[in-house]
Design a protein around this ligand. Structure first.
Ligand code: 3UK
Length: 511
């Protein structure tokens, strides 16, 4: 059980607490262009809070849109909003006018702080928003100038522990993005559950990762987890797998977090870098195929720590600490969370049988004005869209997104299992497996494969891939159709868009 005081401001708990503990001079963020100590970051956040309240008329509960790559200003802006008692609505740099418009409207945004380099689309989106938007930019001197007129030592707003402080939007792989609401205490709860029990961070740790701060995977890894213990966060505006490797070497990073596809590429390139500082390697966002786990282990001697998280839960809720990792399994519920696999009747399914994953914990269950709340939240449990199996030992094994299960001639086939088998073939760079409509079998297994540049795609390779899968897993799961592509469709958070592949497969079948 976690206990927090009834009055709680996350900014005070994460920043002021470090200054009070004597770590004011310790580097909090190291970004591409500047390094800020905890004291400096706190000062900048206090000034931003003063600009919001005194210059822009913010009152507690107002929603403030933030738009930027991962920079020191972006982190300071988050804390400025929290100190002012506002609600952060962070948006990814990749969002375009249409999506920004949805966010402005859904979250009833009244204020925005934005990196000047990304202002154009936000300005455009704001022209027909329902509420007038008070927009201030940094990077061109505007916010900097306003900040300079305010003292850097004001106290944070006296918020309640269960005042909303963050609205996170899901990436919306299949439907309109859902807004999920999080309290001040939730920001601490993810630190005191997942981070504390699985990562066990210390002030000497150096965190680095690729996800944008607007994706809660990134907010946890780049801000909440390091700051809860007074560690250092290295922020990258661009974070390709190679950028990550370079940053680990240069900053002697100890914790790195990114998605499975990036880990796969990093494993292939790890040889050229000194990664001896690394201690914790976190993979989330998509299932971690066992071959990627093995490749990283072979390249570095380190285990990848898989973990399933979700925007609605704020962060990871099933994972395993290093010593308890089972390759191919997501892990066990993080202390503080409970997880269950539900059968079709909504009751807990027997161990070993697949069903829908449900989770309950200190976070979750709160959608922003969404009629889907009743489908996704039942009796205090979040019903995920994922099919899992829990084994006799209690470990959870990911099967597929529930709407991604392939039914072929009466067999249930999980695309990710076929993908993992394909990935161990040396010619495969990336792949995605979905069901394609088929008159005889209902669906057939279809693989979209990005071959390595030096391998000629053709009938011989198709047969080699099929034989490879038949030898690796139950033969009925092999891809009867294989199509070679140059790239796979992905969401802004890097997830494979299987729905798009399914549409391609359906269009192909109609031809
Ligand atoms: C899928 C996984 C298998 C799964 C997230 C860490 O991904 C995050 O949040 P989203 O809201 O998506 C949630 C959905 O993504 N997924 C995530 N991790 C795994 N599937 N194995 C995994 N390890 O379908 C889940 O329902 O974008 C991840 C921390 C914070 C996050 N928001």
């Amino acid at each position: 059980e976690l206990h927090y005081p009834a009055r709680l401001n996350a900014a005070a708990a994460l920043l002021d607490a470090q200054v009070a503990a004597g770590r004011g001079g310790h580097p909090a963020v190291v970004s591409d262009f500047e390094t800020l100590t905890y004291a400096e970051l706190r000062g900048r956040a206090a000034q931003i809070a003063a600009v919001l309240v005194r210059d822009l008329g913010l009152v507690p509960g107002n929603r403030v849109l933030l738009r930027s790559a991962n920079t020191a200003w972006m982190v300071a802006a988050h804390f400025g909003v929290w100190m002012a008692g506002g609600i952060v609505v962070a948006t990814m740099p990749l969002l375009r006018v249409k999506e920004l418009r949805q966010v402005l409207r859904k979250a009833r945004v009244s204020h925005a702080l934005c990196d000047a380099r990304l202002a154009g689309e936000l300005r455009f989106a704001a022209t027909d928003a329902p509420d007038p938007l008070r927009l201030v930019l940094w990077g061109d001197g505007e916010l900097e100038g306003l900040c300079a007129r305010h003292a850097a030592d004001s106290a944070p707003c006296d918020t309640a522990a269960d005042d909303v402080c963050l609205i996170g939007f899901t990436s919306g792989t299949t439907s309109e993005p859902k807004g999920t609401m999080h309290f001040h205490r939730d920001l601490l709860a993810v630190c005191d559950t997942y981070a504390r029990h699985v990562l066990r961070p210390e002030p000497s740790d150096v965190f680095v990762g690729s996800p944008p701060l607007a994706f809660t995977f990134g907010l946890g890894g780049s801000v909440l987890f390091p700051f809860r213990v007074g560690a250092t966060s290295v922020l990258l505006e661009r974070a390709s797998p190679e950028d990550l490797l370079r940053a680990i070497e240069r900053h002697r990073a100890t914790v790195c977090f990114t998605a499975p596809t990036a880990w796969r590429e990093m494993a292939a390139k790890a040889g050229g870098f000194d990664l001896s500082s690394l201690r914790n390697c976190v993979s989330a966002g998509e299932a971690l195929p066992a071959p990627v786990f093995e490749a990283w282990r072979a390249a570095t001697g380190l285990k990848l720590l898989d973990g399933i998280g979700a925007t609605e839960m704020l962060h990871i809720f099933i994972a395993a600490p290093e010593e308890a990792v089972l390759p191919g399994s997501t892990g066990i519920p993080v202390p503080g969370f409970r997880a269950r696999v539900l059968g079709p009747d909504g009751k807990e399914a027997p161990r070993g049988t697949p069903g829908r994953l449900a989770v309950q914990g200190p976070t979750g269950c709160r959608y922003l004005a969404d009629p889907r709340q009743a489908d996704y939240v039942q009796g205090g449990w979040n019903i995920t869209g994922d099919t899992y199996v829990q084994d006799a030992e209690g470990y959870f094994w990911y099967q597929a997104r529930s709407d991604d299960m392939i039914v072929s001639a009466g067999y249930n086939i999980a695309g990710p299992e076929v993908e993992a088998a394909l990935m161990t073939h040396p010619a495969v760079l990336e792949c995605g497996v979905v069901g394609a409509p088929d008159a005889e079998r209902g669906q057939i297994v279809k693989a979209y494969v990005v071959p390595r540049a030096d391998v000629p795609p053709g009938a011989a390779l198709v047969r080699s891939l099929q034989d490879h899968v038949k030898a690796a897993i139950a033969p009925y799961k092999y891809p009867r159709a294989v199509e070679f592509v140059e790239a796979l469709p992905r969401t802004q958070t890097g997830k494979l868009r299987r729905a798009a592949l399914r549409e391609m497969a359906a269009a192909g079948a109609r031809r």
